[in-house]
Structures are given as C-alpha cells and as structure tokens.
Design a protein around this ligand. Sequence first.
Ligand code: SAM
Ligand code: DTB
Ligand code: SF4
Length: 343
Amino acid sequence: MSTFTEQTVTLHRPRTPASLTPKTGAPRWNINAIEALFNLPFPELMFQAQTVHRENFDPTGLEFATLLSVKTGGCAEDCGYCPQAARYDTGVEAGKLMEPAEVLLAARRAQAAGATRFCMGAAWRSPKERDIEKVAELIRTVKALGLETCATLGMLEDGQAQTLQSAGLDYYNHNLDSAPDFYGNIISTRDYQDRLDTLARVRSAGVKVCCGGIVGMGESRRQRAGLVAELANLTPYPESVPINNLVKVEGTPLADQKDLAELDPFEFVRTIAVARITMPTARVRLSAGRQQMGDAVQALCFLAGANSIFYGDKLLTTGNPDTEADVRLLARLGMTRSAPQAA
Ligand code: SAM
Ligand code: DTB
Ligand code: SF4
C-alpha cells in the first residue's frame, strides 16, 4: 500500500478524542471539546461537518430569508458593532416604525423573488407595549402571505413573546453575539443574562429561537468556541443559528479600532463547521458579511454545513449580494432553494 493511500485512510476517520465528545446530561458540550473541533486539521473538520450535515439535511438545499428593517436607527444601546446605535455617527438616520402596507409590499417582493422566511428588525433596546401591538399587526400581515415570520426587536418582557406568538410569529431572533468573557468589550448597556432571559421567554411562549453571534470582533479562537458552547448548550439549542462576520461600518467603535485585523476566512468557515457539528438539526445561517466574502468562501461555508442565507440586496442598513448574484451562485454550485421546515 502506498503512503498516500495509508494517509488517506487514516485521515478519513473522524479524530475527535472520545474524552472530548459530549456526554449525556448537562452541560452537553464543554468548551474544551468545542475548541478541539476548531483545532482539527481543516479537512478533518470539514469531513465531520459534512457527515453531520448529510445525516440531517439535503446538502444541496439552502433556505432564503429576507430581512427588513421596520424601525431603523436611533437605538439607545451601545453595541460596538452596530450602525444603528444613536451614539455613533454612522450616517444612519432614525426612522419610525413602518406601516403594515409598506411592509406588505416588501414581503410580497421578497416572496416573489423566492424568499420563504421574512425577518423584521427593529432598532430597539426593548419594545414598548404599544410597539408590540403594532408589530403583531405586521406579523399577521406577513404571515397571511404564507411566509415564515421572524422578528428581532430587542429584549422582551413577560407576556410580549406570547402576544407575538398569538399573532403568528414563527421565530424570534435574539443573538448572544459573543462568548460571555468577551461580551463586556463590545456592549455595556445590557448584560449576557438579559439576553438569556429573553431567549427563555421566547422559548416558553412556543416561538422558535433564532440565536447566533458575530465573529471577527477581535475575539480569540477559544472565545469563538465559548460562543458556540453557549449556543449549543441552550436547552434545546436554537432552531436557527445566524453566524455573522463583522461588517465594519464607519463611525462604530469596532470599525474605528484600527488595529482590528480581518478574520481569516478559514476561521469563519471553521466557525460554521463547528456550529453544524454541535447543533446538528439547526438551520445554520451564513449571515452578515457575505458581500465582503467572495463566492469561493461562501461555497466552503455551504460545505461546512451552512444551509441558510439572508437573501435580498440589503441586510438591515448595510449591503448584501443582490438576488441575481445569489441565484447565479446557487446555479453554479448545483444547489437549490429549500422549502420551509415543517412546524
Ligand atoms: N435591536 C435588536 C437587538 O439588538 O437584539 C435587533 C436588531 S440587531 C441589529 C440584530 C443583530 O444584528 C445583532 O445582535 C448583531 O448580532 C447583528 N449585527 C448588527 N450589526 C452588525 C454588524 N455591523 N456586523 C455583523 N452583525 C451585526
Ligand atoms: C442576525 O444575526 N443578523 C442580521 C439579523 N440577525 C437581524 C442583522 C445583520 C445586520 C448587519 C448590519 C446592518 O445591516 O445594519
Ligand atoms: Fe440597538 Fe440592536 Fe444595534 Fe444593539 S444591535 S445598538 S440593541 S439595534
């Protein structure tokens, strides 16, 4: 047998040591096990991620979710990445909550272009009671079109998630954003526990959880593992996991931090792969940052187990590849849009 063949045979066996695989009982994943996944040789990691992906999904399918900023800018929080925080001079103008008729038009357009999920974002620390009633109306409007609905409105109080659920909300997006030990470098106006509390309210109202984070903010690999550990140990883990690559928007503290290096694209792909392995049945969404990424890195993300994208030429306030470019990319890769998951 040639050396090449021997090597091939050895390398095809997943090599996560048995002591690092998750045990039953809590916590399901420990951070060392997750960091060990990050540390695998790239081909090993990709092989494991593909294996898990294929056990749970058609690897050629991709979900299209369209975002709409229904209430832009003027936010009181200090999230160091965010162009919508009132305290940073980013050129984003504060607007009012959109009316149902405007949202209906945007949702129809997204649906006609091929989106199956419609996510409405509001730049609030937390919605007021009267906001919740208005957003409930927006949800009813979008739901009536047969789209899956998602909203991201900030922290929720008891009862608010229930009101949204009754209006037809399928998913609530609320991100942990980073590992607990990095979080304080980025945000000071709300703490990690506030986020976990909102996620618990969403879960107990029977709304599916969309929760992920941002990489490329200057965190270490161990801290990326720490973020994934927090997500994977939510019980149950989120149904949707958006992985955002930081979009540097001038005027935000993170964009103005001149020594902040770009994240190695392979490290972004690794994060997707580790999310796939640790949350096998979640929709892992290749989220913000695609415009800066290039087609080849996106294709690697799909191989690593990403099976959802934000689709439409805008995220909330920043750019995203246009729909024609995405349709072309999918065709080049022989991939297709997947149907919404059964409830
Ligand atoms: N205000 C609500 C909140 O913070 O929960 C909802 C909207 S907020 C814009 C939703 C998420 O977008 C954030 O948690 C963050 O993960 C992501 N995000 C915001 N700005 C970003 C940026 N510049 N690059 C990457 N992701 C970003
Ligand atoms: C998520 O994780 N990413 C989306 C969505 N959830 C709401 C938002 C990305 C925002 C990127 C910056 C902007 O366009 O303002
Ligand atoms: Fe406000 Fe959300 Fe932006 Fe933070 S991420 S500043 S809470 S809009």
